[in-house]
Design a protein around this ligand. Structure first.
Ligand SMILES: C[S@@+](CC[C@H](N)C(=O)[O-])C[C@H]1O[C@@H](n2cnc3c(N)ncnc32)[C@H](O)[C@@H]1O
Length: 149
């Protein structure tokens, strides 16, 4: 069972780490709880996912793709499963900062190799790749960064 504090903890992490990012794409955001937490902190957030039943937040009910027009200063994903790789690729393509809290891989890779893989993916996309840990149960490691100039 994932830690229910993850939304507020990740939202606080994002606000602290990216103080100038006012528009956030929340990819694979499920019900929109991260969106709600970011909105409460004054950020403008758009969630991408497929859920019909969800919170009353700005929501794009569709698959997130690399071709999505980039109207964000930051792209993030919390336990975004198959979209985690996509978030880093999107940040690399559109040259914006990113943050992911990886959970399951999209290719059956165990957690530690998956974390290493994502870090390399970011670096190969000319993004920085730092790591932090949220104070919660379960998959709590964050990979985050910004484009290298
Ligand atoms: C484990 S859930 C996490 C949901 C939410 N972030 C949370 O922490 O509760 C993973 C979500 O990723 C969504 N997802 C996976 N690939 C996606 C994509 N390309 N575009 C949008 N949503 C995607 C699924 O629909 C699912 O809701």
């Amino acid at each position: 069972m994932a830690d229910k504090r993850r939304f507020t903890l990740f939202a606080q992490f994002l606000v602290d780490s990216f103080p100038n990012a006012s528009r956030v794409f929340d990819v694979a955001g499920g019900m929109g709880a991260l969106n709600e937490a970011l909105t409460a902190k004054g950020r403008q957030c758009l969630t991408f996912d497929f859920r019909h039943k969800r919170l009353d937040v700005p929501y794009a009910e569709r698959e997130f793709k690399l071709t999505e027009p980039c109207e964000a200063d930051l792209v993030v994903g919390l336990h975004a499963d198959g979209a985690t790789r996509l978030i880093i690729e999107y940040a690399a393509l559109h040259r914006i900062p990113y943050a992911v809290v990886p959970c399951c891989s999209d290719n059956s890779m165990p957690y530690k190799p998956w974390m290493r893989y994502l870090t390399e993916l970011a670096k190969n996309g000319r993004l920085t790749a730092l790591e932090a840990v949220l104070p919660m149960e379960g998959r709590a490691r964050v990979i985050y960064g910004a484009p290298l100039t």
